[in-house]
Ligand binder design. Sequence first.
Ligand code: NAI
Length: 248
Amino acid sequence: MNLLAGKTALITGAGRGIGRAIALRFAQEGANVAITDIRITDEVEEFIAQLNAMGVKAKAYTSNAADFDDAHKTVEAVAADFGAIDILVNNAGITRDGLLMRMTEEQWDMVINVNLKSAFNLTHAVTPIMMRQRSGSIINMASVVGVSGNAGQANYSASKAGMIGLAKSTAKELGSRGIRANAIAPGFIITDMTNALSEDVKKQWAAQIPLRRGGTPEDVAGVATFLASDLSAYVSGQVIHCCGGMNC
Ligand code: NAI
């Protein structure tokens, strides 16, 4: 398949996990891929070399998505290096879980800044580029808990609900310029982020999933590929759940 041939994608927080799986899948579909992460390790550079060996252009940028100026500088650099940005995946995210009454201001601010403000920063920076191109697809990585809420994750759930509102508003503001915006709401996906959860919590999650397994980063990458490609040319302002049928 060559669903993304000739397109350039920028994916934040793609040094590992879901973002990295999206970068690989996009490259397999023929896209040129710019990835960012808060730190780019040798292992990430090896991954970039692997993508380049597939015949697409790929490059990694050290960038803090939560920092407005840094995000804008990174977008400028990507546009200069690649000549276009057709797809933006706002994927960078963290958790700092805790019960609301014990949650510190720092826990709240960090999660809102890294998960939600980052998406504003990047969307703000790519908008003029996509408007000039009169096309673009923006994908916000939300979460099922952004829809359902989750005890112990008030900061994270609020940030992910914000990602949905941001995608829907972007779709309304920029649709007339040919720019689409959607959100993906993954359920329980097995990555380093969820590996940090206790075995008990993981068992509880698995028991609630009709498909009886945690999702893989590749499961989410499939949905992202649909939203990035022209297969979804008439899909905008939507939230696609990727959660194995989990009630949410
Ligand atoms: P992960 O922790 O494996 O990867 C996240 C990446 O983001 C890391 O490489 C990290 O260095 C990077 N990052 C963190 N702060 C950053 C910043 N300020 N600027 C740039 N990069 C930064 O996480 P995972 O599981 O791959 O999650 C990816 C996204 O999917 C996140 O937004 C997460 O909230 C969301 N998600 C994950 C679910 C899961 O079950 N794993 C479920 C629902 C949503």
